[in-house]
Design a protein around this ligand. Sequence first.
Ligand code: IFM
Length: 472
Amino acid sequence: MTDNSANIIKFPEDFLWGVSASHFQIEGYPTEVERRLSDWSRWTEEEGRILDGSNADRACEFHKRYLDDIELIGELNLKAYRTSLNWAALMPEGPGTVSRERQFAPGVVEYYRDLFSRLKERGIKVFVTLFHFCLPDWLAEEGGWTSPRVADEFETFADLARQHFGDLVDYWMTVNEPMAYIYQGYVAGNWPPGASQDYLGAFVAIRSMLTAHARAYHALKGGEDAVQVSFANHWRPFAPERKWSPLDLMVTHYRERVFNHIFPESIDEGALNIPAPLSGRKEFRALEGEIPGLKKSMDFLAVNYYTRELSRFDLSWPPDLFGTRSKRADYPVNGLGWEAYPEGFYRVLTSDINPYLIDSKGHNRPVFVTENGFATLFSPDLSAGDWSISDRERCDYLISHLVVLKKAIEAGVNIKGYLHWSLTDNFEWSEGLTPRFGLVRVSYEDQARKLRESAELYSKIAAANALETIDR
Ligand code: IFM
């Protein structure tokens, strides 16, 4: 006999429901596209870089359509919106040889001020990331995150961001998913700067990013303790493909330390420590040590979670020190082959982030889930596949992840909000426009938006501040 009794799961009274995005993936910012102002904009022009041959030149035309998209956010009863600033459009030129006052480009400032003001008028909290994978092209040309000047530039950017937008932003994030970016750009070679297995470059970039984060943290705060600043960490629980294999276990441990913990741990400790065996080499050891201003520069925890990953030791040369991803999956997968694994979300929220829950004053750091979502596939030209708005798998993913999130709150974790990735379908980096993460479907040809079933579901959850589940 089946028991079909309904359970109502209530969330805390002030819980924030929202959506998350980044500028490049949605904006189609005109001057950036016309003048190829960022490294990513240039990257999409190179043959073979984007799996489906698409680009982000139009993406969701958010820059033109943001008023309508804000309406959608309101209709869905959401009270938080996260995006990133277009650094390349705001600062299209480097300092040059003449020392002059650095400024943001006019026009771009007005656009962001209008966007943030309109969100705030509707009572929507504004979360802003400074660096979400895209560099101004002039800085990328100088070596990007391995340039000795990058931290100075990032601090200037942060300082100007505070001056222009500080009155409108509720939560700042300096960088998004530093290790995902560094892995793709310096080890896998799928993203700019396109380096492959450049472990030294990767660790130089890690140190620069930590330094830049520390400087931007203080620039954004501008001496005001109440200003909330952090960075968003991508958490990916790793597990050995073969539980009995000491080599798979070793790789799993290494990936755990490097991918998940190196950033929050360095920030908590105020110094970079490189794990063995790399720390045995002097060029890596030279990157270790204290970073001024870094210690405890994290006012809240911004958690991005999608999936877990099985790891296996791979006997190849040079060895992938970040560990090879196994092709095996033990649970249902999304269009990108990522397991839907809510247990991993629970593990991240209750145990992986545990060492970072207490801030410098001994208070519990608030936790925001700043990304979580599910991809289906559909080609940008709509030529094949299921184009219906029925997205049962995304609904199941959403429900199962919210169920464990509530359990983590019950276990005492101070989770203040959940921002789903993403409001609309958007440009998924080297995978192009084919993966669809949207609660709202976008037909790129005519830019029509249509709510998927998951959007209706999410909107009901947000309105009720509760979730109904059925025990079967
Ligand atoms: O689309 C990305 C986003 O830019 C960063 N976090 C993961 C998302 C899905 O891959």
